[in-house]
Design a protein around this ligand. Structure first.
Ligand code: ADP
Ligand code: MG
Length: 641
């Protein structure tokens, strides 16, 4: 059969024109696309050979070969996959057979940038070769057809292509790209290898190139006859779990995360249903140095049908899980999907929800292994220690999830760990469930205190009454805590309340003492009024408290107002914070307060001292330290004299 010349379908012409002009800045993708096609061709052969083993001929080891010829200025991509017949070549490389083509062209606006994104959505495939080539030749023989029925296709990517019959002994397809004038950079084994490793490392069959060697006599690199494999040639996550050893999972993690330590845990599964994908997710054993940087890129590596699409696909993972490393391999997304498209895709949303659930389950399992009550004999000491490591490294990040992920708030809340007054350690190891299990029968609320350090929290005067009554209090010292608690109002039906905010209502915990307290309050009313008058520039209110046992006074924030701790934290971070005055609470049982007399000359000094002390005790800074020292000394001297 003689050579025939045919016209491209009109849409192909339009697509070619657009692609060459708008995807140029991303030109390396042509290799990924052509390798992806070669890999698909291998998959198709494997599939057809299930029914007809003869298709393998005597060449059953499937591979892709990439080569280049400096003199001819060509790059070749060769596969021994299924190949194409004459008619298949005409149909596949002359038209766009995909459904939705019309719609696609209807959406093109002529605005280059917008159209480039659309092309990405559509998938560029074979035609992307024309980004770097001004002529492409394809020689192919379909598996099972005789050598005489091979075909050669050729085109300059403009309006037409030619097809002719050729002889070809080997099954499969060879694509030769004749490079455009300024693409010589691609004619280097180093360059081609690096593109292949970047985009196609985990294509599941070997990608080979001819080995090169330095020849000292000729003083140049010479090409040898032997081939070497450039990629990993194994998409680990596509293999079944039972075939993969722990070591292999760990090695893959190290390669993926550029981490020399092993991960704490991983999970690997395939999701089927409306959205189909495989996920392999890891929890590292330590936080990266830049986890708190604004430009830290979280996210997973995204593959589509084993072809690498992008790193750090943050759309696949909520921000509070940004420490997770791993791979998602989707069967549904288009190969040339962009970040913009990911943002809007419903498939991506389904993947993100699935990934989140999977990670939370993984953390729950880790937490379970750490629970002293669990009795599984297979749990090693190493397993038991993992959740504590996780919490130390990533607990603060996970806390962000309380505010970010409404749907999973309860699950996340169960994973939280705190230091509390129950133990004498700064280690955060008490869950809210542990706390609830230890609550007093009359206790209805979960109490917490916030401070800069564990020491300060533990010694806060606000805790005195709780200690006296044996009620546990959470000691919160992470920066994110106050913010988190504004989203976590209750756990297991019990309200979380600050011991330093509002009027402390201990409810039934305090019943017997109430009457006695009311009497005292009545008697001291005039004194409290005088104090309030004296401190009107510092304190919003002065009132008696029964929460203190050892200290004479403390400060509390009014209901609905920001705590002093949070105000200081915001100011330290250079942010605006309202200057609301705290409430001074004084302990009527304390000798200093008992000894107060409104008629005494130093009454005002005592009032200021009680306020300033309370401020110091909660880690605050005095507005006028010199006056504080002067007053204190005057009072000490008066006592001494
Ligand atoms: P897609 O891969 O998304 O189908 P492409 O433009 O990449 O779109 O390829 C178009 C078609 O050409 C493929 O579907 C396939 O049928 C055929 N094709 C391309 N390259 C090869 C190859 N190396 N071996 C066999 N068929 C191929
Ligand atoms: Mg393709």
């Amino acid at each position: 059969m003689a050579q025939e010349t045919m016209s491209f379908q009109a849409e192909v012409k339009q697509l070619l024109h657009l692609m060459i002009h708008s995807l140029y800045s991303n030109k390396e993708i042509f290799l990924r696309e052509l390798i992806s096609n070669a890999s698909d061709a291998a998959d198709k052969l494997r599939f057809e050979a299930i029914a007809n083993n003869a298709l393998y001929e005597d060449d059953a080891i499937l591979r892709i070969r990439v080569g280049y010829d400096k003199a001819a200025r060509t790059i070749t991509i060769d596969d021994n996959g299924i190949g194409m017949s004459h008619d298949e070549v005409v149909a596949n490389l002359g038209t766009i057979a995909r459904s939705g083509t019309k719609e696609f062209f209807g959406k093109l606006s002529g605005d280059q940038q917008k159209d480039a994104a659309l092309i990405g959505q559509f998938g560029v495939g074979f035609y992307s070769g024309f980004i770097v080539a001004d002529k492409i030749a394809v020689e192919s023989r379909r598996a099972g057809l005789p050598a005489s029925q091979a075909v050669r296709w050729e085109s300059a990517g403009e309006g037409e292509f030619s097809v002719e019959a050729i002889e070809r002994a080997s099954r499969g397809t060879t694509i030769t790209l004749h490079l455009r004038a300024d693409e010589d950079e691609l004619l280097s084994s180093w360059k081609l290898k690096s593109i292949i490793q970047k985009y196609s490392d985990h294509v599941g069959l070997p990608i080979e190139m001819k080995a090169e060697e330095w020849d000292a006599e000729k003083n140049e690199m010479v090409t040898k006859d032997a081939f070497e494999t450039i990629n990993q040639a194994s998409a680990l996550w596509t293999r079944s779990k039972s075939e993969i050893s722990d070591e292999q999972y760990q090695q893959f993690y190290q390669h993926l995360a550029h981490d020399h330590q092993n991960p704490l845990a991983w999970t690997h599964n395939r999701v089927e249903g409306r959205s189909e994908y495989t996920q392999l997710l890891y929890v590292p054993a330590h936080a990266p140095f830049d986890m708190w940087n604004r430009d830290h890129r979280g996210g997973l590596k995204l593959y589509v049908k084993r072809v690498f699409i992008m790193d750090d696909a943050e759309q696949l993972l909520p921000n509070y899980l940004r420490f997770v490393k791993g791979v998602v391999d989707s069967s549904d997304l288009p190969l040339n999907v962009s970040r913009e498209i990911l943002q809007e895709s419903r498939d991506v949303k389904a993947i993100r929800d699935g990934v989140t659930k999977r990670v939370l389950s993984m953390l729950e399992e880790m937490a379970q292994a750490a629970d002293p009550a669990q009795t599984d004999a297979d749990t090693t000491d190493e397993d038991k220690a993992k959740f504590a490591t996780f919490w130390t490294e990533f607990g603060q990040v996970l806390k962000e999830g309380i505010g970010e992920d409404f749907a999973n708030r309860e699950r996340i809340a169960k994973l939280l760990r705190f230091a509390t007054t129950h133990g004498d350690t700064a280690q955060q190891n008490v869950s809210l469930a542990d706390y609830v299990a230890r609550m007093k029968p009359e206790q209805t609320k979960i109490y917490y205190v916030t401070a800069d350090t564990w020491q300060a929290a533990k010694n806060s005067p606000h805790l005195e009454v709780f200690r006296k009554k044996g009620v546990e209090v959470l000691l919160l010292t992470d920066r994110v805590d106050e913010w988190m608690l504004s989203y976590l109002n209750e756990f297991d039906g019990k309200a979380l309340v600050s011991v330093a905010r509002g009027d402390l209502d201990l409810g039934a915990l305090n019943d017997e003492e109430k009457q006695q307290q009311e009497k005292v309050s009545e008697a001291l009313k005039p004194l409290v009024e005088r104090m309030k008058e004296t401190l009107k520039d510092k304190a919003k209110d002065v009132r008696l408290t029964f929460r203190l046992t050892d200290s004479p006074s403390c400060l509390v924030a009014d209901e609905g107002e920001m705590s002093g701790y949070l105000q200081r934290m915001l100011k330290a971070a250079g942010q605006q914070a309202p200057d609301s005055h705290p409430i001074l609470e004084v302990n009527p049982e304390h000798p200093l307060v008992k000894g107060l007399s409104a008629d005494h000359a130093d009454f005002a000094d005592w009032c200021h001292l009680l306020f300033d002390q309370a401020l110091l005790a909660e880690g605050g800074a005095l507005d006028d330290p010199a006056s504080f020292v002067k007053r204190t000394n005057a009072l000490l001297l008066a006592r001494a004299g």
